[in-house]
Structures are given as C-alpha cells and as structure tokens.
Ligand binder design. Structure first.
Ligand SMILES: [Ca+2]
Ligand SMILES: [Ca+2]
Ligand SMILES: [Ca+2]
Ligand SMILES: [Ca+2]
Length: 384
C-alpha cells in the first residue's frame, strides 16, 4: 500500500492490513473493483462478499447467493511443523496472515500426534486481517473451532473482532469459558451475551454448562441477522440459541477510527490494542470464520468430517435422527444412529430456544415420547 512497514507502525496503522476500504479484499486483490470503495457497484453487497461468493462486484445486476459457506478465515495447525509459529497464514479466501503480537506460541503434537497451537493465557495471541464491514454492524456471521482447554476460566477468548467497552450489542468475541452469561459469546450486555449452559441465560453458576475441559471439542457460533438469533453448538450438536431484542452494531473501527482486526486468542480493546487478561489459555487446532449463519447440518457435517483426526480423545459422532414415527395411542417414536458404548439424551422444545430433557442415559438408538398433544414440538438427540 506504498507505505513501508516502519512508517505504518509509527503512524499506528497495521502493515498486515492493507485493505483500505475494509471490504475484505486487500488493495492488491482489487484488480477490477475500486480499492477505495467498499461497494463499487452500489448493489449493497460489499466487493469482498461478492468476489468470495462468485458474483460480479462491478455489476449491480449480479449479487451473491449467500447459501454456501465460504471460509473468510481458515486457520489450520495440523499441517504446520512442530515449533514456534510467529506467522499463521490464513488459508481462507481473504488471504493475509495472523501474526503473533506478543509472545510467540508453539505448534505442539500430543501423544496421538494431534496438532494444535498452545496459548498460555498471558502473552499468546495472533492479530489478523481487518474484519470486513459485512461481518460488522448488524450482519450475519459464524465461527467454528477445535480447541483443547485443560482448565476453563470464566472468560477465555477463542476468536474475536470488533472491540470491548460497549455499548450493548457492539462486541464480537467467541469464547470457551464457564461464565453462564458470556462464557460462549460476548456481544456486550446481557441481551447479547450467551453462555454454554443451555438452562441459564444469566448468572454465574459455572458448573453445568456444556463447555468441555480436558478433551478436544468442536465449538461453533452462528449469528443470523435476519432473525436476530445467536446459537452455539458443542461437538456438532446444538447447545442453545438466544433471541436478541437489540440491534447489533458491531464495531468496525477503534476509537481512533482505525480498522479493527480479526484476533485469535484475545479481544480488541476500545483503542484497538490487546491486553492479556482475557486471552486464551488452551490449545487451538483449527478455526474458520464465515459471513453467513451456517446451519446445524453443516456444523454436524464439519464435526463428523474432522472427528477422525481427533478420534480417541473426543466422544462418539453426533447422532443422525433416522426416523420419527407417530401412531395414535403410543405417541412419537424417534430412532437415530447409536454407537456402541455411547449414551444419549433426548430433549424436546416448542420454540427451538428452551429445551427440556425427556430422557437421559439411553444406550439404544430409539425413544418413545407419549406427550404429543402440542401444536409443535421439536426433538434433538445429544451424545452425553
Ligand atoms: Ca479493499
Ligand atoms: Ca473495494
Ligand atoms: Ca456490490
Ligand atoms: Ca454486484
């Protein structure tokens, strides 16, 4: 971008973030679109989102179909050599790199040769490209990650953008923590925050959530702006959803007007800097970020596809419900794919938000629910 790195650092801008208009395309990638206009053709879709999803950023008659997940960020430690990792290349469509801003974390391989990057909870985090404007504001987004968290603190950040400090609904942090209000997601404020406990929307009990310590676990976050709903998932299965009353206004710039970056293992403060307090103390193996709300089937498919790499340290595969039979007098019978040695919980809901346990400790792959006199009733099956 014609500034040398020393001048950029001296001026407070970021030599790794040369995306002048913050549309997700670095200046050098804008070969046909305008590098100083985020939406060159004025069709309300940013140049980056158009290019990533296959539409023409110079033709307002060409707009993206946002139904296929395309990873903007794809960080994968499993193909990296063991040892210090100062620069973590982004394999996602945005390109660029994440760099170690303070201490330099290391890639390690455990006894089963499963690789991840160890974050020490003090000086380890990475700063990446600027968050594009189409995942800030009141826009949809998703994050998935494979993490191994030996001990879980109330708030430990896996991936973040925007910035802390408020107001409500302005931050974006995906966490692996025990806090029932914001252990999973920090959007800032009680309305927006989400924890890992399906039965708690606030409070600080921190004892019965679905965050898992001491095992490899696949965690996922989705925010669907069209219905203002956040959902979080554990090991391919839905943990909980929360519907929000406020309009999100996720920050794109810091208080000095500089583009806020994606951050792995920490969050941005209001001034665009990072402090150690809420950084990750865990091993992170893979992270991907999307600019659409990916659905439950996609999350289960990703979990099942990558599970073999972590096999032996995580639980059985997420079950697939294979049948729902109804007959008068006996109710509804669910059947699913059960694995030997696994136990399952069946839950029901009338609104996909609040779930109740119908039965736990089921070893076989079927369950009969006699309570069917309701307008609508949803079911899910979770591996225990
Ligand atoms: Ca750009
Ligand atoms: Ca542009
Ligand atoms: Ca456009
Ligand atoms: Ca277009």
């Amino acid at each position: 971008d014609l500034l040398n790195d020393g001048d950029e650092v001296a001026a407070g801008s970021d030599p790794f973030n040369p995306d002048t208009d913050q549309d997700g395309l670095m200046d050098g990638m804008e070969t046909t679109s305008d590098p100083t206009m985020a939406d060159t053709d004025g069709d309300l879709f940013l140049d980056g989102q158009e290019v990533f999803h296959g539409s023409d950023p110079n033709n307002p008659g060409s707009t993206p179909t946002l139904d296929t997940p395309v990873a903007l960020v794809d960080l994968d430690s499993t193909d990296k050599p063991v040892g210090p990792l100062e620069i973590w290349p982004n394999d996602g469509v945005m390109g660029g790199v994440f760099y170690a801003e303070a201490g330099i974390p290391e890639v390690v391989a455990d006894g089963d040769n499963v690789k991840g990057v160890v974050f020490d909870g003090a000086n380890h985090w990475f700063v990446g490209p600027a968050s594009p404007l189409h995942v800030t504001g009141h826009n949809s987004r998703s994050i998935v990650a494979w993490v191994y968290n030996p001990e879980i603190a109330p708030e430990e950040t896996v991936f973040a953008w925007s910035r802390r400090g408020g107001g409500d609904g302005t931050n974006m942090s995906f966490n692996h923590g025990t806090h029932d209000a914001w252990g999973a997601v920090g959007h800032w404020g009680n309305d927006g925050d989400v924890g890992w406990d399906p039965n708690q929307t606030d409070g600080d009990a921190g004892v019965d959530g679905q965050e898992k310590a001491g095992v490899w676990t696949f965690i996922a976050y989705t925010y669907d702006a069209s219905i203002n709903r956040t959902c979080v998932y554990t090991d391919g299965a839905l943990t909980k959803c929360e519907d929000h009353g406020l309009d999100f206004a996720t920050w794109a710039q810091d208080t000095a007007g500089r583009a806020l970056p994606f951050v792995l293992g920490n969050q941005n403060e209001a001034g665009g800097n990072r402090i150690p307090d809420i950084s990750a103390s865990m091993t992170i193996s893979r992270v991907r970020v999307y600019d659409i709300p990916i659905d439950a089937a996609e999350i289960a498919a990703q979990y099942n596809a990558e599970l073999p790499y972590y096999e032996g340290q995580v639980g059985p595969s997420a079950p697939t419900i294979t049948g729902m039979a109804h007959s008068t007098g006996t109710g509804i019978t669910l059947t699913w794919t059960a694995e030997a040695g696994a136990s399952y919980t069946v839950q029901a809901s009338s609104d996909l938000v609040t779930w109740e346990d119908l039965a736990t400790g089921i070893q076989e792959g079927s369950y009969n629910d006699p309570a069917v006199l309701q307008a609508q009733r949803f079911y899910r099956v979770i591996v225990e």
